[in-house]
Write a new protein. Structure first.
Ligand SMILES: Cc1ncc(C[n+]2csc(CCOP(=O)(O)OP(=O)(O)O)c2C)c(N)n1
Ligand SMILES: [Mg+2]
Lengths: 398, 256
């Protein structure tokens, strides 16, 4: 283990620091609130000569991800960052990156998608990209955003994964929120991420390759099978890399963070910053002797179904908090809920009442009394044996 | 009521949303007033208009301030949305208002194709040479060598000359003025609004907060003086050699 140096950083700056230490070959980006600071700080490091990165302030996110794909295909270690509509504009290229198996690392500082126009946090942007073949990590704090950025490089470039990684944190809440963040020594990070040696790359003229060429009814299906295989097999490798990073940093790095889950009757499953609010409430309820717990997946794609099911299967009632709606799912549930409930069914667990709470859309504040109301609802469900509404809303005016 | 006066144009705005969100010294407010004065002096009603804008401080000029139909769309796509609206309802006077980033960077493709098609739109580009709203990053119109958040050592790239670009692509009315040249600007906006076909007015707008403060133009007055001192009319530019023109901005009507 090495000592971290602690400093006050906002979540965006924490990621810029990680990028400085990783020293990627190419960064191409376009500004968008609340991501802007990530790349802006980084461009200062480029100007100050602290990194060797080629930095290109391109003309759109579509161009940004295109340039990243080009650079990565040419063998470079590539990073970028975006949010909301910027991510939406990258959509076409997200599939190009994953389909070409290019280990690009993208920071998403989560923000609501237009329309109507909103710059505040929800997860509609990255959740929409959950089927795009990228791995997804979600950070609760600036610290986790920093840690995830470094781990993401190793995960993406692992020869048995070779897929792009999206490292997400909550816009404004952690992105702009200043907190105490431990930064590893530069050399420790450099050693941890190592040097990227692509197996195949363009510009390797002794071993010419074709990328992205057409692939019709003959082999396209097989290539997609390989891609899904890589994703399906990624979790143990991700776990291993998390463990290595835990040893290096001394900070716990489970792929699913559990609080009070050894004997919890009532559990809340939630991604990113709201896990902190939930834990605060859970601590108070525990002090009052009520067995509540909190589950926070740090990895969302591939989905850690086993870990979550194992933890909740003996609960009396479970609530999932979703910061996005998957429009058109039964009753308009959120993506995390549909993943969890289908995983439960696949494991043959059908008696456990699970309800979904859509919360925090467009940055709507999620405060402790709302979390208390969720635990209250769970108690009531367990007591009455009636699940009630499947999809509910927290902090909504109706 | 005399058209073009402050009392008169007050009828054309949603007064309840004022003051504007613009920073002190922002040129976009001057442009906002100039557009309304041009429309008022033409004797036209706001009911005849659709204003389309993308994302950026420039996009806020019509929306939510104008008491008219406004369509506030995504960053870069205003001209494409406007094309659709105009095709369906050709009677509508469709005006696109956006920043340099919105229209020339992320939306640059739609700009040249709108011009090529010579579709009957009026496009007003509030060019403050910076992405103002996101905090002052380099745009494709930032002058070579200028300092921005993302070019702390000076911009290594060359800027677009938007008027030349749009003229070459086929626009049939093309002009450039600054918010300092407000009388000429209003006259030009009136011509652009009356012109059938693709009309483009580039308006140099002051951004002391994001552009000026990094480029020794910290105060609003310094930025306006910059436009006064660096803008030369087309007729005078013809008499100057390239060395004299090096740091100048040519203003006037390029295509009419
Ligand atoms: C697809 C997308 N990318 C990025 C942004 C973030 N963004 C909002 S405004 C803006 C730039 C605005 O600059 P400009 O168009 O020049 O207008 P100004 O604010 O300078 O008037 C950017 C990059 C966005 N809203 N959508
Ligand atoms: Mg601008």
């Amino acid at each position: 283990m090495v000592e971290s140096k602690y400093m006050p950083l906002d979540g965006a700056n924490a990621v810029s620091q990680a990028m400085r230490q990783i020293n990627p070959d190419v960064v191409a980006a376009y500004p968008i609130t609340p991501q802007t600071a990530v790349v802006q700080n980084f461009s200062q490091y480029v100007a100050d000569g602290l990194v060797d990165t080629e930095f290109v302030p391109v003309e759109s996110e579509h161009a940004a991800m295109s340039a990243c794909v080009g650079a990565s295909a040419a063998g470079a270690r590539v990073m970028t960052a975006t949010a909301a509509n910027g991510l939406a504009l990258m959509w076409e290229m997200l599939y190009i990156a994953s389909g070409m198996r290019l280990p690009i690392v993208l920071t998403v500082v989560n923000r609501a998608l237009s329309s109507p126009l909103n710059i505040h946090c929800d997860h509609s942007d990255s959740m929409g990209a959950r089927d795009s073949g990228w791995l997804q990590l979600y950070a609760e704090t600036g610290q986790e955003a920093y840690d995830n950025t470094i781990k993401a490089i190793r995960i993406a470039e692992h020869p048995d994964i070779l897929l792009p990684v999206m490292s997400c944190q909550d816009g404004f809440i952690t992105g702009h929120g200043v907190e105490r963040v431990g930064i590893l020594p530069d050399e420790a990070v450099q050693e941890f991420v190592g040097t990227y040696h692509p197996k195949y790359s363009l510009l390797d003229t002794d071993h010419p390759v074709t990328m992205g060429a057409w692939d019709f009814t003959d082999y396209y299906f097989e290539h997609k099978r390989q891609q899904t295989e890589a994703m399906n097999n990624a979790l143990p490798i991700v776990k291993q890399i998390f463990r290595e990073y835990e040893e290096l940093s001394g900070r716990p790095q489970s792929i699913v963070d559990m609080w009070g889950m050894d004997d919890a009757d009532y559990a809340i499953i939630v991604l990113a910053s709201t896990a902190g609010t939930t834990r605060t409430v859970a601590r108070e309820w525990r002090a009052r002797g009520i067995k509540v717990g909190v589950i926070k997946p740090r990895v969302y794609r591939p989905f850690p179904a086993q870990e979550i099911i194992e933890a909740i299967k003996n609960c009396k009632a479970v609530a999932v908090l979703d910061r996005a709606i998957s429009f058109g799912t039964p009753l308009g549930a959120g993506p995390l809920f549909t993943d969890i409930t289908s995983a439960l069914y696949n494991e043959g667990i059908t008696g456990l009442p699970v309800v979904d709470y859509i919360y925090g859309l467009g940055g709507r504040d999620t405060v402790p009394p709302m979390i208390e109301s969720v635990y209250q609802d769970l108690q009531e469900i367990a007591a009455t044996g009636e699940r009630g509404a499947l999809v509910r809303y927290l902090g909504l005016r109706e | 009521m005399n058209p073009g006066t402050t009392t008169s144009i007050k009828r054309m705005i949603r007064q309840e949303v004022f003051p504007t969100p613009f920073c002190p010294g922002c040129g976009h407010g001057i442009l906002l007033g100039a557009i309304l004065r041009a429309i008022d002096e033409l004797g036209w009603s706001m009911d005849e208009f659709l204003f389309v804008s993308g994302i950026g401080c420039g996009g806020w000029i019509p929306s939510p301030h104008f008491a008219a139909d406004t369509l506030h769309v995504t960053h870069g796509r205003a001209i494409a949305f406007a094309t659709g609206a105009k095709l369906f309802n050709p009677e509508l006077k469709v005006v696109v208002i956006g920043g340099d980033g919105d229209l020339a960077s992320i939306g640059g493709n739609h700009l040249i194709h709108g011009a090529r098609r010579n579709i009957d739109l009026t496009v007003i580009c509030a060019n403050n040479m910076i992405y103002g709203m996101t905090g002052g990053q380099v745009t494709p119109t930032t002058p070579h060598g200028a300092y921005t958040m993302t070019t702390p050592q000076g911009n290594p790239e060359r800027p677009f000359d938007l008027c030349q670009l749009v003229a070459a692509a086929g626009a049939s009315y093309v002009a450039r003025y600054s918010v300092y040249h407000v009388r000429q600007l209003i006259r030009s906006l009136k011509r652009a609004l009356q012109h059938p076909g693709f009309s483009f007015v580039e308006v140099l707008s002051s951004c002391p907060v994001q552009y000026g403060r990094r480029n020794e133009l910290r105060s609003p007055v310094a930025m306006l003086n910059y436009f006064r001192e660096h803008c030369v009319p087309i007729s005078r530019a013809h008499t100057m050699d390239s060395a004299e023109l090096a740091d100048k901005i040519v203003i006037g009507e390029f295509v009419r």
